[in-house]
Ligand binder design. Sequence first.
Ligand SMILES: [Zn+2]
Ligand SMILES: [Zn+2]
Length: 593
Amino acid sequence: MILGILFFEIINAILYYMASTKDIAKLFKEMALSAEFLGENKFRILTYQKVADILQGIEKDIKDINELKEYLEANQIHGIGESSIEKIEEYLKTGRIKKHDGFLQKVPKELLDIMDAPGIGPKTLKTLYDAFGIKNKEDLLKVLDSKEIRTLKGFGEKKIENIKRGLSLFEQAKERMFITDAYVMAMDILDYLKSQKEIINISIAGSLRRMRETIGDIDILVSAKKEDVPKIHEHFKVYKEVEQVIGSGETKTSVLLKNSKQVDLRVVEPHEWGSALQYFTGSKEHNVKIRDIAKEKGYKVSEYGIFDIKTNKRLGGEKEEDIYKIIDMVMPPPEIRENKGEIELALQGIVPDLVEYEDIRGDFHMHTTYSDGKASLRQMVDTCYKLGYKYIVISDHTKSLRVANGLDEKRFREQWKEIEAVQKEYKDMTILRGCEVDILEDGRLDLEDSFLEEFDYVIASIHSHMSPNTDNTKRIIKVCQNKYVNQIGHPTGKSYGFRDGYILNIEEVVKAAKETNTALELNIPRADLSPENIRYAVENGSNISIVTDSHSSTHLSFMKVGVGLARRGWALKNHVLNTKSLKEVKKFVKSKR
Ligand SMILES: [Zn+2]
Ligand SMILES: [Zn+2]
């Protein structure tokens, strides 16, 4: 477990948990939505939205307004005007913004809470509010099933279905946390708990340790001497983010955080550490099978240890490995404990040599303020450098993606000049010229081949025309065949909490990717590819690349989560393109040209 703890220490050094900057961002977001709901001028809506985006991307807590101004200045971030600065200052001093309070008097709060749901939006809600006086989600659902709504202009069956689907995606996202969010939260709690010197072992458990894409509750396991246990529970209860203690007993304390997420802390004695960790990591399917195998061999496995059935003698449980060793198998990594083949292998003494964070040498996908990133090129480069990468690809959007301020040839050339200048300061990390080129409706690309040729690395992504009427499989296969395209960005189009993927024949895409030497991207913030997709891809010989698609420098540290997601898809080191040396990556690019 020492390794596990070390792992978390490394992460803690990189991740921050930002409460107040995000709180202010949320208020600005709500003001943008309210202003749109009330039909205020477009410029004002965009201003609020922009401020919300900027604040969301800031990596540290801002305590006073000067600190914010200095931060913006130092990072060349523009877009927060004088009146927004005043509002932020008001919040920092009083904990509220009067303008925001004003909006809340005109916009029902419960409508505001669902206004951001995909496929809904302020305008739709305003129409329904005016027509039917809806004030919350329940009203909305009733109206959606009514005859009356079908008489409203623009509310055909398809639109109504979209709203319903959007609401359900939104609800799911609220119920379960996305893994990167859960991870940041859990690391902060671990960090806080670890200040208690009585703690002997500490780890996350449950689905978070197994790196599921979404997490219900966060499970944390600790071991300590019996007499120290109450003190650890008490310490946990006063963690700064705790809103309410739901329950607390001898071994377990459950709390609700201020963001309404539940965290369960279990404290066990050191001799039970391993068996408890094994038990609470799951999955249920894995553990059921393990208990069956143990039983056949005359043992009983529980959270308290492993026992001889006949004599009831306790045989082990201090270390997690004990459980597996005694029933004569090796221990599978937590990420693949799903009873999907790992147990059969472990019985033969085989542990798949899954990719590890330490294997990662670079990140192929990130944005800067040139397109829709929140951090400057230099800031992104600097953060990557501190992560110890050997190479990175700066991959801003291309011109047809106007909402993301995509670049044309002229602006790319300007960016390359800056890359060249910055490169001189970071000698042991290579900055590759890249782009995330838009795939057009007919499968052609947004930039000419003659220009793509000048890039070191090209990602091609679908950002539009995703309806079932478009043959996305065909579009992607066509793109794979372009000799300048090295990677397919977010291949299935899935975006957790926002969008299901488009219709895609993943088998054909994997085949094309393999044949053309094109990598498929595991896009961390979207959890696209899924673990099932990854497993299929790597077993069928196509390369994957694990990328953060960072739009701010904080996102770059999510690579660790990405490695977890890849491990969950049984990816080995040699399946992952960004574990290769720069030389090998260049060879990969060249192999197509
Ligand atoms: Zn994209
Ligand atoms: Zn991107």
